[in-house]
Design a protein around this ligand. Structure first.
Ligand SMILES: Cc1cc2nc3c(=O)[nH]c(=O)nc-3n(C[C@H](O)[C@H](O)[C@H](O)COP(=O)(O)OP(=O)(O)OC[C@H]3O[C@@H](n4cnc5c(N)ncnc54)[C@H](O)[C@@H]3O)c2cc1C
Length: 294
């Protein structure tokens, strides 16, 4: 199906884009990778009269480390993080997650910030950014603000962005200790959205004590969810068979899945339990210097 007709505007500066959003309000939609918006427009689920294409805004491109964060610009594509060898050691969860999103065609166009702004409960980046304790940087007519990822997913397909704001970057804290991450996802077929997904990020100090723990769950609730109970339990402990077992039982407690064609709520909770145990066991081995086969 063809989308409704629309006016297309392609600003080249952030200021111009914000001004356009301010002028057109709810009539305008930002176009980033187009991998969620365009299918919705073709299905006529969305019919914005004005599209503001942000792909020509250079200041939204690329990533850099600054002020103890990795700043991932809004136009960073999924595939860029999949292939960024220089980020593998310190931010392993990024490549771990990116490779699970859709297929190479979607990954070459879709953006991390577009995925977060779309606020799909099954967003793989939603789970990963929760595990990484990230923040979303947003710019609007009033200036810049940072939104903790826990406050970002207001409801299904509803991010905490005003209609005149642009998500300009996602900020991932730079690890202070040894870091490891895993993304585990079960899908009906390769390239599909998750039936259930779990992102895990762990940092250890030199004594092997967990100083940062992050668990992000997707497709098991109205928004991506934090595995808060598991995080609180694991902080200050070592990764042992006992603590890993305990965490695997706590992660599903923070999920809120429903029965659907992809599986029952009980099944999805059990998948999360298995994922937590498998992912953390691999992380424990990796941080002890063992080579873990994928
Ligand atoms: C076949 C297919 C399979 C897919 N499979 C998966 C999958 O397995 N896992 C997964 O997580 N995702 C999947 N996706 C979704 C994909 O990840 C999208 O790329 C992503 O959700 C949206 O990013 P985008 O840059 O394409 O955003 P767009 O489609 O351009 O925009 C999406 C929404 O976000 C808004 N927006 C975009 N950028 C910004 C910004 N910087 N600031 C404010 N608002 C903004 C737009 O206005 C729009 O409302 C799939 C998509 C397709 C087509």
């Amino acid at each position: 199906m063809f989308p409704n007709s629309f006016e297309y505007i392609a600003p080249t500066t952030l200021g111009e884009a914000v001004e356009l959003l301010q002028r057109y309000g709810y009539d305008a939609k930002l176009l980033a990778g187009g991998q969620s918006l365009l299918p919705m427009m073709k299905l006529r689920v969305a019919a914005p009269p004005i599209l503001i294409d942000i792909n020509g805004i250079d200041e939204l491109k690329g990533w850099r480390e600054e002020n103890s964060f990795l700043r991932i610009g809004a136009l960073t594509r999924h595939s860029e993080l999949e292939h960024a060898a220089e980020l593998r050691d310190r931010y392993p969860l990024l490549a771990e997650t990116a490779v699970w999103i859709a297929d190479p065609l979607v990954r070459n166009l879709g953006t991390v910030c577009g995925s977060l702004a779309h606020a799909d409960p099954a967003s793989d980046w939603g789970a990963a950014m929760l595990a990484l304790h990230a923040q979303v940087e947003a710019v609007g007519p009033g200036g810049k603000r940072q939104i903790p990822i826990d406050d970002f997913f207001v409801d299904t397909f509803t991010p905490a962005l005003e209609e005149n704001e642009i998500a300009t970057a996602v900020l991932v804290p730079t690890p202070t200790g040894r870091a490891a991450g895993r993304y585990l996802k079960i899908e009906r077929k390769a390239g599909d959205f998750a039936i259930a997904g779990l992102a895990i990020h762990v940092e250890l100090d030199s004594d092997g004590i967990v100083t940062v723990a992050g668990f992000g769950i997707c497709a098991c609730g109205p928004v991506p969810l934090r595995g808060k109970r598991a995080e609180e339990y694991l902080l200050g402990k070592k990764l042992t068979p006992e603590t890993i077992e305990a965490v695997s039982r706590l992660v599903p407690e923070d999920s809120d899945p429903t029965d659907d064609l992809r599986g029952s709520a009980e099944y999805k909770r059990d998948v999360l339990r298995v994922f937590a145990k498998r992912g953390l066991s691999d992380i424990a081995k990796e941080l002890q210097g063992e080579v873990v086969l994928r």
